[in-house]
Design a protein around this ligand. Sequence first.
Ligand SMILES: [Zn+2]
Length: 206
Amino acid sequence: MFLPELLIEARNLKVKEGTISGYCVICRRWTEYGHDLKKVFSSNFTMWSYLYSGDCVCEECSILFSDQIYRRHSWVVWKQGFEIIKRKEAKQVLFDPPDPPFFINIIKIGQKQQWIKAIEHVAYSRDFYWFAHEDYGLVQFVKRKARLMDSIIKKGLEVGLTKTELRGNIKPKTCEKLLKKNCIELLDDIKRFKNNQLWEVLIDVS
Ligand SMILES: [Zn+2]
């Protein structure tokens, strides 16, 4: 199942047919009812480099650009529903998503449409899936690993680390403080996960 199909079903959307035949720049499928690229993408569209070469946006994919809600908000879609995710709910949705198939999109400022890369990545497992994040693109969620990371992040925040420090930029003074508190393991864990996308996302939503 492609992401636009899931959205169409969940939100009961009406597909509008265009007049251009050719390959869709979003999903690469052939269509006879595609829409003109210039009409689908506004002048401030920033994701040109993520498009495939093609002729049009197919009638299903164009749904994704017909409503600003997909760019401006975090959301989750599954067969029976579509919900905006509030900032403080993002972590809970990641750990407890709806029944598959579903898809989760998390934004920071609402500029980049990272789900463009995720058209073929609708989730079929609640424990192992891909989701879109505005800053990190397509990110893999592995529940077992995420639980471990989450417990380390919680511990880090408890002993007074900032989110910047959890990302691996630990000041020497903080290192000393952690060593005094017998938190050497915590330092090792932070180093181990530095630059891991899921780790960064989980810090962000904590
Ligand atoms: Zn398409």
